[in-house]
Design a protein around this ligand. Structure first.
Ligand code: PLP
Length: 389
C-alpha cells in the first residue's frame, strides 16, 4: 500500500470504501494513478467532470476568474453569479435561482420553498413532502429523510419529519397522499441514479405533474445527477413533457467545482425573500465561472452526441454475455449482471484500466459528456469482457 493511502486511512474519516488507487492527474477521459497507470474514466467523479479532467475551456474560465476575485460573500453582486442565473433561467424557463454548494443543499432549498409556498397559502398543516421509494436526495438529515431508502435512515433518528415515500408508478397511492390536503410538494428524480439507474415512466411523471397542480403542491425535480446534459437533454424532465415548479441540480453543473442550484419557476417565484435562505459560499464566482463554461457548451450538437454515445453503450452491452439488462437514459447507464456481483465487475474493470461505478446491484456508467469515441469503445470492450469472464 502506498504512503498516501496509509495516510488517508489513518486520518480521513472512513466514510468511503475507496479503491486502492490514488489518482494524481488526468486529461479528458483519461486519468492516471501514482504509479503512472492509465484508466479510462467511465464515472467522471460521479457525473461531475462533465467535460473530463482539466478541460481546456473550463480551466481557462476558472483560472481567469480566479485571478480576479475568488469570493466576495453574498453582500455584493458579482458578474459570474448573475450571468449563470440568467443562463439557467433562459434555458429552462425558470424564474429565479438560489445557489448553494451541493446537491443536498439544492434539495434543502427546494424543500424550504415548498414548505413556505404551502404554509402561506394553506397553513402549517400543508407541510408534507412526497418523495419516491428507492430515491436518493442527499446526506443531510433533511435530505436523508427525503431519501426513500430505509437503510440510510436507521442510526440517525429522529430525522426531519414531514416526508412520505410512495412507490414510483402507483398514481393511486400518490393521489391518496395528496388528497389529505397536507402536501406541500412532490420531489422526484426522472432517473433514480443511486437507486439503480431506474428510469421513471412518462405516464406516471405526467400524472404526478397533473396531481401536483390539482392539489396546489409544487412539482420539484431532483436533477442533481440527471441534469446538465447527462441524459441527452439539458435537464431530464425536458424529455417528459412536464413543467416543474422547482428544479434542483448540482454534480455536473460545476464541471468539478462545488456548486448546487435550486431553480424556481413562476408559481413559486416570489416565495423566497430577504433572510429566507442563505449560503456563505453559494454563488461563488469561481464556481459560477466554471459552470457558465459548462452550460454554454451544452448545445444541441453536444446533447445529440450524448444520446448517440448512450445508445452505443446500450446496444453494445444489451444481450452481451453475463448481462441481464441495461437501463438508463443518455450517458447515465445501469448494467445488471446475470449472476456476478457488480462490485466484482467494477474491480475487474479497474484492474484492466477502466473506472466504473455501482448503483445497487448494477454497474453504473457516467462518462464525461464529451468522451472521445475511441476511449468509449475501448472502455466498452473491457466492460463487456468483465461481464463475460
Ligand atoms: C448525488 C445526489 C444528491 C446529493 O448531492 P451532493 O452534492 O452529494 O449533496 C442528491 N440527489 C441526487 C439525485 C443525487 O444523485
Amino acid at each position: 500500500m502506498s504512503k498516501l493511502i496509509e495516510k488517508d486511512q489513518a486520518f480521513v474519516a472512513s466514510t468511503y470504501a475507496r479503491f486502492p488507487v490514488a489518482l494524481t492527474h488526468g486529461k479528458g477521459s483519461l486519468v492516471y494513478d501514482e504509479e503512472g497507470k492509465e484508466y479510462i474514466d467511465m464515472g467522471s467523479g460521479i457525473a461531475v467532470t462533465a467535460f473530463g479532467m482539466a478541460d481546456d475551456a473550463w480551466r481557462a474560465a476558472v483560472e481567469s476568474q480566479l485571478s480576479k476575485l475568488q469570493h466576495t460573500s453574498n453582500l455584493y453582486y458579482t458578474e459570474p453569479c448573475a450571468a449563470l442565473a440568467e443562463m439557467l433561467c433562459a434555458r429552462t424557463g425558470m424564474k429565479k435561482v438560489f445557489f448553494g454548494n451541493s446537491g443536498a443543499e439544492a434539495n434543502e432549498c427546494a424543500i424550504k420553498v415548498a414548505r413556505k409556498y404551502a404554509a402561506q397559502r394553506r397553513g402549517a398543516d400543508a407541510h408534507l413532502i412526497v418523495t419516491m421509494k428507492n430515491s436518493f436526495h442527499g446526506r443531510t438529515l433533511t435530505t436523508l429523510a427525503a431519501t426513500g431508502q430505509e437503510h440510510y435512515h436507521e442510526l440517525y433518528q429522529p430525522l426531519t419529519p414531514g416526508f412520505v415515500h410512495v412507490t414510483a408508478g402507483d398514481l393511486d397511492e400518490l393521489r391518496a397522499v395528496l388528497a389529505t390536503g397536507k402536501v406541500a410538494g412532490i420531489l422526484m428524480e426522472m432517473v433514480q441514479g443511486e437507486g439503480g439507474v431506474f428510469v421513471l415512466d412518462a405516464a406516471y411523471v405526467q400524472g404526478a405533474a397533473a396531481l401536483a397542480r390539482e392539489y396546489d403542491a409544487l412539482l420539484m425535480i431532483d436533477e442533481v445527477q440527471t441534469g446538465n446534459g447527462r441524459t441527452g437533454s439539458l435537464y431530464a424532465y425536458m424529455q417528459y413533457g412536464i413543467e416543474p415548479d422547482v428544479v434542483s441540480t448540482a454534480k455536473g453543473l460545476g464541471g468539478g467545482l462545488p456548486i448546487g442550484a435550486c431553480l424556481i419557476g413562476a408559481r413559486a417565484e416570489g416565495v423566497l425573500g430577504h433572510g429566507d435562505h442563505g449560503s456563505t459560499f453559494g454563488g461563488n464566482p469561481v464556481c459560477c465561472a466554471g459552470a457558465l463554461s459548462i452550460l454554454s457548451r451544452l448545445d444541441d450538437a453536444l446533447l445529440a452526441e450524448v444520446t448517440a454515445k448512450g445508445d452505443y453503450i446500450r446496444e453494445a452491452l444489451s444481450g452481451a454475455k453475463g448481462v441481464k439488462s441495461v437501463s438508463g437514459l443518455g450517458l447515465m447507464i445501469g448494467i445488471e449482471p446475470e449472476d456476478k456481483s457488480a462490485s466484482d465487475i467494477v474491480k475487474n474493470c479497474l484492474q484492466n484500466g477502466v473506472l466504473c461505478l455501482t448503483a445497487k446491484h448494477k454497474v453504473r456508467l457516467l462518462p464525461a459528456l464529451n468522451i472521445p469515441w475511441d476511449d468509449l469503445k475501448r472502455a466498452v470492450e473491457i466492460i463487456r469482457a468483465a461481464f463475460a469472464e
